[in-house]
Structures are given as C-alpha cells and as structure tokens.
Design a protein around this ligand. Structure first.
Ligand SMILES: [Zn+2]
Ligand SMILES: [Zn+2]
Length: 447
C-alpha cells in the first residue's frame, strides 16, 4: 500500500482549512451580508468556479496584475483554456447576458458569496483561495445605484461592529479620461528614471495604473501626480456630485481620495474602498471622518482594505458589445474574519441550555428520536451520543454551560420516562418522556 507523503498531508500554499471558531465567524459574516442583501432586493447567483480564460483577459485589462500574473489557467484534455475565477463581477455580467436577464425588469440586482482564486504571494489576510461577498446592480446608470451598493456594504460592516473608513473618487469615462491619461504620461515621463520596473512598462500600456503602484519610489511620485478630478467632464462631475449628495442624505461619512483608481480596467466614474485603520482600536472613531487632508494625514498607519468597488459601464461593451451601465462592490471575507477574530467576541450564537444524557443501547435509540422532537419544537439540545458514563456526560454538560440535563438510563428507556436534572441545584425529577418538551419549555422560560 502506498502512503501519502507527510508534506502532502498539508493544504497547498496560500490555502487553509477553515473550521472551529473561525468558521463561526465566517458564517456570521456571510449571514449578515446575505440578509442585508436580500432585504434590499438583491437575488443570489452562483456562477461556476471556472470559466473560459478569455473572459477575463480583455475585460479585466491585459496589463492588470491579475491577468498578467495571478490567474490560475489550465488547459482541459479537450484543449479549452479555463481559469479559476479570480473575481465575481465579470461572471455576473456574463451570466446576465447568457441567461437573458435583459428581459427582466431593470436594474437586475445580484449578490454572490463564494471562493475566488489568485496566485499571489500569501501574507496576513491574503490567500490564494479567498472568500468574497459581492453585490452587483446591472442596468442602472443613476447615482442611486452607486449609493445603494456603498450603503449596503457600509451597513454590513456596521452590523459586524467594524468602524470602516470609506474613500471615494471618480476616474471619469471615455470622454474625459484620455486627457487625464495624457497628462499622466507627460508627468511620469519627466520622472521616468524613478519608476519601478513594472511601471516603466505600464507607462506605455496603462498609465492609469501607475498611481496604483505600491512601490516606494512610485508612491513618492504619486504625491504630485495630476489628479483625475481636475479633468473630469461635466457629466462625470455631475454623476459624482449626485453620489456625494446621496452620501450626505444617508449620513454616510467619506473621504475623497483623488488617487484612488482600483486595479481593474473596467471601472468608470465612481470608485471606492472600505478600510479600517489598524490604529482605530486605540482611539475613538472620529464622528466626522470627512474628506480633509488633515484626517487623512492623522491616520496613515497600517490600513487594511476590507472591500471596494465601483462603476463599470463599459464591461458589457467589452464582453458582449452591449450597453449595460452597472456598479458593484465586493467584500474580502478573509480579512474581515481576521479582524473580527483579533477583536474577540462570541460568534457561536446562543448555547444550548439543555443537554441530553443517555446510558446504554436502548436509551441511545430513544434519544435519537427525542433529539428530532426537540429540533421540531425549536429547542436547541446538545448531546454526546458516544460517551457512555454518566459522570463523563455530566461534565460535558457543565462545560457547555447547560442549565438542565435530560437523563435516559436503562430503566427510563424501559418504562418510557426521563429525568430532568437542574444543573445548578442538582435536584432531579422524573416524568413521562412525552411531557418533557412541554416541561423544559416552561423551565427555560422561567429562568
Ligand atoms: Zn511602480
Ligand atoms: Zn467624463
């Protein structure tokens, strides 16, 4: 018999098992997000984990990091080139057209939740398989759509107890961006020698990405780089103004970040990011985090991005040669979970107040039936079907903080009774098994 090598008994680099307390946090995040999305009228969509590789090439931009370096592309035996989905917006737009959603009342509002894959160097909160939750509003060009996805993402963070900072910018459209692009090229050409290797190449292919570079020398150049807001056309300016008006009306605080561009080519007009400052825990959250450089200066510690998005009015043009104004947001579950874990708190929900103890074969069979009756009655019942000694089982009950234990021994199994033990006082009473749910309901209520 051949055995699996020891080092292969580990998850692949950049992946891990999520279980125990951690999965409870994940479940909590996903439940909060899904419930808010559903309440606001979003419908769930699940798209395949792999898609045709070409789908992402043109739409994300051939020179973006994702397409250049991070996609998991593989060839099938039939010769198709497929890719593990690196993000959720492109598949949503593909699904919109493939499933004829254009004939539904517009806009179409979708949400998704699942695993995505990018070949990046793993670091804290960054994995090669990562969880993402996203909202997409397809078929709406008004600023109310931008405001809606921002609003709901903000509510999700709030519901999870996270004080996030929202940064906003506009990156214009095909009318006004070329002029900005030209200015950027002129500016960066003057400082060409200080650019990092990647940016020297990007300058030709995609100068907008230069302001997004995280290399130190490029960050320095960014400070004096031209800003998009000075070049936007009237229509883009009005759209952005509308978005900001909604922010004020909804009392959502934000900072303007003139250098926020997001990494992907398909974005137009509004782009935004949600982040927490790692120092945030140490100081009270500012009641008005709005937009002056002073606040921004004060908070330049470790900034952890938790989500972001933007408008992508041209994506449908690239994918399907159709007009479909749209906007979306995605949240990084790994980082949110990491943060919640660091902050502690109880995510296990309400612990069962009642613990079921059984002794012997006949009692085991009875208790399985009883468990189902408790489930139907909506009373959480903890148990340990494998432990045999009563002492061992009582210990577990105490450890779980159960208020009552139900005991079925051999005698009780025979005559159809059950014992209720008050875990605090140790007092016990026996009663017919058919009456136990009613009695427990009353006792739990009275506590
Ligand atoms: Zn650079
Ligand atoms: Zn414009």
């Amino acid at each position: 018999m051949s055995k699996v090598k020891k080092e292969l008994l580990k998850t692949a680099r950049g992946t891990r098992d999520i279980w125990g307390d951690e999965i409870l946090i994940w479940d909590k995040i996903r439940t909060v997000a899904e419930e808010l999305a559903k309440f606001y009228g979003f419908k769930k969509i699940e798209t395949p984990h792999f898609e045709h590789a070409e789908l992402f090439g043109a739409s994300l931009g051939e020179t973006t990091d994702i397409v250049e370096k991070q996609m998991y592309i593989f060839r099938t035996r039939g010769g198709d080139s497929l890719v593990l989905r690196p993000e959720g917006t492109v598949p949503s737009v593909r699904a919109y057209f493939e499933n004829g959603m254009a004939s539904l009342p517009q806009p179409v509002m979708l949400y998704y939740s699942g695993s995505f894959f990018r070949h990046e160097s793993p670091q804290k909160g960054r994995f090669r398989e990562f969880g993402q939750f996203g909202l997409e509003i397809l078929g709406e060009d008004l600023a109310v759509a931008d405001a809606t996805v921002i609003r709901i993402a903000g509510l999700i963070f709030k519901e999870l107890g996270l004080e996030t900072v929202l940064e906003l910018n506009t990156i214009g459209d095909k009318e006004c961006r070329p002029a900005y692009r030209r200015e950027l090229v002129i500016y960066y050409r003057k400082h060409f020698n200080y650019l990092c290797k990647d940016c020297k190449r990007r300058l030709k292919e995609n100068p907008l990405r230069l302001v997004d570079c995280k290399e130190e020398s490029c960050l320095n150049l960014k400070k004096n780089a031209p800003q998009m807001i000075e070049y936007v056309c009237d229509e883009c300016k009005n759209h952005f103004k509308d978005v900001l008006d909604f922010m004020d009306a909804l009392e959502i605080s934000y900072r303007l970040n003139p250098h926020l561009v997001r990494g992907l080519d398909y974005y137009t007009r509004t782009v935004f990011e949600f982040a927490v400052d790692a120092t945030e825990q140490d100081r009270p959250a500012s009641p008005d985090a709005r937009s002056d450089s002073e606040t921004r200066q004060a908070s330049q510690g470790r900034r952890v991005e938790l989500g972001g998005g933007g408008r992508y009015d041209y994506l449908a043009q690239i994918l399907a040669s159709k007009d479909l104004p749209a906007v979306g947001v995605s949240l990084g579950i790994d980082r949110i979970a990491e943060l919640l874990k660091e902050r502690g708190g109880n995510f296990s929900g309400e612990a069962a107040k009642v613990f079921l103890i059984q002794l012997g074969e006949a009692a085991k069979k009875k208790s399985l039936k009883l468990l189902e009756e408790f489930r139907k009655a909506g009373i959480p019942l903890a148990q340990s079907l494998s432990k045999d000694s009563i002492r061992g089982q009582l210990k577990i009950a105490a450890k779980l903080g159960a208020s009552y234990s139900l005991i079925i021994g051999q005698k009780e199994a025979m005559d159809g009774t059950i014992i209720i033990r008050d875990m605090d006082s140790g007092s016990q009473e026996a009663l017919p098994v058919g009456k136990v749910i009613e009695r427990i309901k009353l006792k739990v209520k009275m506590r």
